[in-house]
Design a protein around this ligand. Sequence first.
Ligand code: SER
Length: 584
Amino acid sequence: MDANTLRRRFLDFFRQHDHAVIGSAPLIPENDPSVLFTTAGMHPLIPFLLGEPHPAGRRLANFQKCLRTNDIEEVGDAAHLTFFEMLGNWSLGDYWKEQAIRLNYTLFTEVFGHDPERLHVTCFAGDADAPRDDEAAAIWRSLGIPERRITFLSKVDNWWGPAGVTGPCGPDSEVFFDTNPGGPSDETPASNPQRFWEIGNNVFMAYDKRADGSYVPLAQCNVDVGIGLERNLMVIQGVSSAFETDVFAPIVEAILRQARGEDPFAVRVIADHVRAAVFVLAEGVRPGNSDQPYIARRLIRRVSRYGRRIGINGPFLARLAESVVATLSDAYPELSQESTQIYTALDDEERRFQQTLARGEREFERAAEQVRAQDGDTLAGQTIFHLYDTFGFPLELTEDLAREQGLTVDRPGFEAAFAAHQEQSRQGGAGRFKGGLAERNPATTRLHTATHLLQAALRQVLGPQVEQRGSNITTERLRFDFSYGERLTPEQIATVEGIVNERIVGDLAVHWSEMRLEEARQRGALGLFEERYGETVKVYAIGDVSLEVCGGPHVEHTGDLGRFRIVKEEAVAAGVRRIKAVLE
Ligand code: SER
């Protein structure tokens, strides 16, 4: 059975059981700024799960395009995907556990043809918030799943949602397919996740998680079933990775036609990312430095890099994109409708990335020069990390260049620097709206330097009474609050932007030094002197235009920032204005 047949049979089955088939919602959520992409079929349905009547009724089904980017670095093995399709069926306050599980079982065994003897399920073990789900387990048993193929697990595994911080959620019951039925009989999905593939999830949405952490019973009990299309295709088509199923095979073939040498990991990264990029671009997103545009850029640049790794040089994404469009536009006609624009956007971004690489190569030359000047033959870990962090240079690329020049690289040193950076990010947490500078990555580092340039430009245009009142940086944008009594005129905003961009183009060097607080004050460094700082402080200088007490980190040259743009200027309190700005 191919993917088109699977989608069709899935929808037909639920139509026969009185479900209305609804379309796939856009990948970019409408009216929900708290997430960048639709990550599950239930996501566009949140208002209806909370009780608003759905115009199509109380039983719904669809297939939904989804994108999850939190595991992007893991892609390349057999299991991880960024873009994937989710088949879903819902009961909005209509049927409950008994019928949901029966439908799910019939779908898997009769429509998809999965061997009933190879199904395992998990159920919620219960805790202070909700009881153990003996009810679900009893229904599975009545369908013929024996006790030993039912595992009870805690909230970590058997509770789904909310999709954000608050919202509908509840205990779930997951279904797994045993890929090695002859294996040890005491193994479970929990003890051997490689052996058991999750093929579906029945969520019994009976709670609304509130901001205070409490779980309040919902006015209506909903069922939310999500079924990974690629996983089920793997089972049906008898293959061991999504890349061998018919939604991927033509894309993989197109890559192999251009590749030199064998590198299955790289081929899978390229296949996954090119598919994801095509879907994101089809929604009108263009690569940039924040939000969805940043993800598009990241996907495309990773493909470029991995392409280079398997010996593909020059622009190649548009050609691969043709295979994605051909493979998936039956189900998603927007791909063929938008194909010309998708190919152009891919070409443009690939070329831009070549320029970035060229800049990184110049930086590499500088570093190599220095090593030789000191009669050395090894690039230090910190240098390699700097190339990675600021110029997007992966280790293997630096290694290649070093080899060409007869230099070696301090790989353990790089790994130590990388681990230290990871540890800092981990401590900082990864929440998208956390703000602050705990999240140290290239995007926030650039925005941080831009914030210093912004403050300097504001003081130049509006006068020295401008003082920082607050700052918050995410990977997408900077937010800067400052003392000033009036709305800025469009001319003032344009002038401030112009000054910042001029200093970016001027590629000013950024330096820091440590000094006593008193000395920093005497030198005229900006800072919140009353509070916070210890006796010795770090002071960052950008050329001769900015001097600020600050912990960093910052870029080393302002030329790395890209173009600065103010997207909003508004009041936040009497005498305090707020600017939001991005780098693109
Ligand atoms: N919301 C659940 C999931 O994403 C089921 O649709 O797995």
